[in-house]
Design a protein around this ligand. Sequence first.
Ligand code: UTP
Length: 292
Amino acid sequence: MPIDIAVVPVAGHGTRLLPATKSQPKEMLPVGRKPVVQYVVEELTQAGIRKLLFITGASKTSIENHFDFDERLINYLRETGREDELQQLAFERQDIEYFYTRQRRQLGLGHAVLCSRSLIGSQNFVVALGDSIIGINAQSDIVRRMTDEFESSGADIVVAFEEVDRSEVFRYGIAHPRGAAGERFELADLIEKPSVDEAPSHLAVAARYVFSPAIFEALDETEPGKGGEIQLTDAIRILLKRGAKGVGMTLPASERRFDIGNYESYFKSFVEFALADPDYGAALKEHLRGLL
Ligand code: UTP
């Protein structure tokens, strides 16, 4: 059966974006006109995902509200003849089932994925981080390509990667490819935050994964690391060491990852999306020229 379910972890504290994230989720911060997580959902539905399981946490209820029907708002816009604004709510009518479960203690991304275990059961599934957009305005079909690859090659794990600057490798989980790394490559190992000299490539993990349920057993065995957190990368390494078939897929330049987890990258992403806005992009460009 084709993969049609995605787990979207959105339970992190988002401490790097304080004070903005004190009482609102970073996944709800706007990038251009939409909150981050709406782009994630749009990307996943375009890739054929029909069931979304959010791993949420305290102060994240606005995410659930965002994807609910808001009858009062719809009626108000209808009664006042605001057709354009009504169109902005079209995403509410997408043919998707939403599920929500809470990660009751923030024990890392691996632990968040483990919270989906009894709902995922024996299905293969996608994991898409709720704080990262792929492609400007989520114009990317990387998840479709990854699920196709997973099914056709009999892989156990497929991970998306993005080429990063050599000087930046120490910030990310980096791919150790078996042989040359192209658009698709065999994944021998993952090295978490290597030094520039130790890095086996410049390919950084890019927020999208496809797994078989074997990942849950590996997560069960994963020892907590710094701050008691269970890392997804460590569980992937356990599986790869046991001979699981891992495939890496490199994002093309046209489908960059926009990471909303820190201010530098959030500001850059916002400006880029605002510049691409069909109504206000040109005026903003002029304004920025005047400022610079
Ligand atoms: P991050 O690694 O950016 O962690 O999460 P964080 O806690 O959200 O942010 P900082 O480091 O405090 O600034 C990557 C993704 O994994 C989710 C986050 O919500 C985000 O979408 N996550 C992280 C969880 O769901 N649970 C966790 O325990 C940690």
